[in-house]
Design a protein around this ligand. Structure first.
Ligand SMILES: Nc1nc2c(ncn2[C@@H]2O[C@H](COP(=O)(O)OP(=O)(O)OP(=O)(O)O)[C@@H](O)[C@H]2O)c(=O)[nH]1
Length: 397
C-alpha cells in the first residue's frame, strides 16, 4: 500500500542527508579555541547537519610525553578567523546563526555546546524540497496539498533547532511526520464514538460515483457495526441503475441483514425514509443508505442527493471513492461535498494504490476526514483510518 509514495519520502530523507554530508565536507576547517586546528572528522550519516560535531573532549594541552599534534601538517595552524569561545557573548545568542556562517563549524559547535541545540542550514534542504514537491505531485497529491506539505517542512526544518543527540535522519523524520500529519488529520473525529453518542436509529448515507466500491463498503460497514453490537438495515437508494437491487440484496443475504428497496425508477429519498421508519419500528440501530453514482446528468445526481439530505436528514453522509483514482477522487470529493455536505470519506482499494495522493489530500481539500480505508474485497477488509498509522506506514516506522 502506497509503496511509491513511501519510496519518494525516503528519497527526500536520503537527499537531505547527502546534502548535509556535502555541506560538512565543504565547511571551513573548524579552528580550536587554543588556536590549533582540530582533527578533521569524517562525514557520517548520523552527523549533525552541515556543521562540525561538538567535541566532548577538552582541548589537549601539551605534555612532555605527548607533544601537540595539529591535524594535517606537523605545524601549528594560524587561526583563520577571530577565535570565539563559549565564554563570549555571541555564543549565548538566540540561535539565529546557521551552520553556513563564516567560521561555520566552530561557531556552531560553540553555540551547540551553550544551548544543546543545532540549527539546520536552509541551503541544505532547498534542492531536496523542490524535488519532493515534484515527487508529491507525481504521486497524485493535490497541488495545494503538496505546497502545504513542502511549506510545513521548510518551516519545520529551517526554523527549528534539533537536539545535539538527534541525527539528521531523526530530525527529517520528525519534520516529515509533522508536515504530513498537519494535512492528513484535518477534521478527524472518532467514528465509533460518534455512532455510540448518536440517537438511534443513526442514518448513514453513502455518496460517490459508480463502481468505486460504495455498495461493498456499505456491506463492510454493516458487518463492522454488527461486530460492535449494533443492528443494521440496508436501504437501496440507487433506484437508477439496473441490477443495483440485486447487487445489494446479495450482500444483505450474505450478512443476514434486512434490505429495504423499491422498484427501479422509484424515489431514492422515499426508500431511505422507509428504511428509517423500519428501523424505528424494529429497534434497529443503524440505517445504511446507498445512493446512485450516476444519473442522466450530473445536476440530476446532485439534486437527488440534496433531496435525500432534505427529506431524511442523515446523521452522516459518507463520500466513497477509490484511492487508485488519485486526483480525480480528490476533485469528486470536493464536488460532492459542495452539493450535499459530507461528514467524512471512505477510501476504497487502498490495497491497490501505490501513490497515496488521494489518502493524503482529501481531508485537506474538503476539510472532512477520511474515516475508513477499504483494503480488499472481503467484508473484513476495512480499516479505521488513523492519520498516525498512515504516517508510520509512509515513513516506514
Ligand atoms: N481491491 C479492492 N477491491 C474493492 C474494494 N472495495 C470494493 N472493491 C471492488 O470494487 C468493485 C466495485 O465495487 P462496488 O461495491 O460494486 O462499487 P459501487 O460503487 O457500489 O458500484 P455501483 O454499485 O456500480 O455503484 C467490486 O468488484 C468490489 O469487490 C477494496 O477496498 N479493495
Amino acid at each position: 500500500m502506497f509503496d511509491g509514495l513511501k519510496e519518494k519520502l525516503g528519497r527526500f530523507r536520503d537527499d537531505v542527508e547527502e546534502e548535509a554530508e556535502e555541506a560538512d565536507d565543504e565547511a571551513p576547517e573548524p579552528t580550536g579555541a587554543d588556536g590549533t586546528a582540530e582533527p578533521a572528522e569524517p562525514a557520517d550519516h548520523d552527523e549533525p547537519l552541515g556543521e562540525a560535531e561538538p567535541s566532548a573532549e577538552p582541548a589537549q594541552s601539551p605534555t612532555p610525553d605527548s607533544p601537540p599534534e595539529p591535524a594535517g601538517s606537523g605545524e601549528p595552524l594560524e587561526p583563520e578567523a577571530p577565535v570565539e569561545t563559549s565564554d563570549e557573548p555571541d555564543v549565548e545568542s538566540t540561535g539565529d546563526e546557521r551552520a553556513s556562517d563564516s567560521g561555520g563549524g566552530f561557531m556552531h559547535r560553540a553555540k551547540s555546546l551553550a544551548t544543546g541545540q543545532i540549527v539546520v542550514d536552509p541551503e541544505v534542504i532547498e534542492g531536496p524540497l523542490d524535488d519532493l514537491e515534484f515527487a508529491l505531485l507525481e504521486s497524485d497529491v493535490e497541488f495545494t496539498v503538496a505546497q502545504e506539505i513542502v511549506a510545513n517542512l521548510r518551516d519545520e526544518l529551517e526554523n527549528a533547532t534539533r537536539g545535539m543527540t538527534q541525527t539528521v535522519e531523526e530530525r527529517v523524520d520528525q519534520a516529515l511526520r509533522e508536515a504530513l500529519l498537519e494535512v492528513i488529520s484535518v477534521g478527524q473525529f472518532d467514528f465509533d464514538e460518534r455512532i455510540a453518542a448518536a440517537e438511534k436509529p443513526v442514518t448513514l448515507i453513502f455518496t460517490g460515483v459508480n463502481g468505486v466500491g460504495k455498495t461493498t463498503s456499505i456491506a463492510k460497514l454493516s458487518q463492522y457495526l454488527e461486530e460492535r453490537g449494533y443492528s443494521t438495515v440496508l436501504a437501496n437508494g440507487d433506484t437508477y441503475r439496473a441490477g443495483a437491487n440485486e447487487q445489494i440484496r446479495e450482500h444483505a443475504r450474505n450478512l443476514d441483514t434486512k434490505l429495504i428497496s423499491h422498484e427501479q425508477g422509484g424515489d431514492p429519498a422515499a426508500v431511505i425514509y422507509d428504511a428509517v421508519e423500519y428501523a424505528q419500528a424494529h429497534g434497529i440501530d443503524v440505517v445504511l443508505g446507498d445512493t446512485a453514482g450516476r444519473l442522466h446528468t450530473n445536476e440530476g445526481l446532485m439534486d437527488q442527493l440534496e433531496k435525500i439530505d432534505r427529506v431524511v436528514g442523515p446523521d452522516m453522509t459518507l463520500f466513497t471513492d477509490e484511492a487508485v483514482a488519485g486526483q480525480d477522487a480528490v476533485q469528486r470529493a470536493k464536488k460532492f461535498n459542495d452539493a450535499a455536505e459530507i461528514d467524512g470519506a471512505i477510501l476504497t482499494k487502498a490495497d491497490a494504490d501505490a501513490n497515496g495522493g488521494a489518502a493524503i489530500s482529501i481531508a485537506y481539500v474538503t476539510g472532512k476526514p477520511i474515516l475508513f480505508l477499504g483494503t480488499g474485497q472481503g467484508y473484513d477488509d476495512i480499516e479505521r483510518f488513523d492519520p498516525d498509522w498512515l504516517v508510520d506506514q509512509l515513513l516506514g516506522a
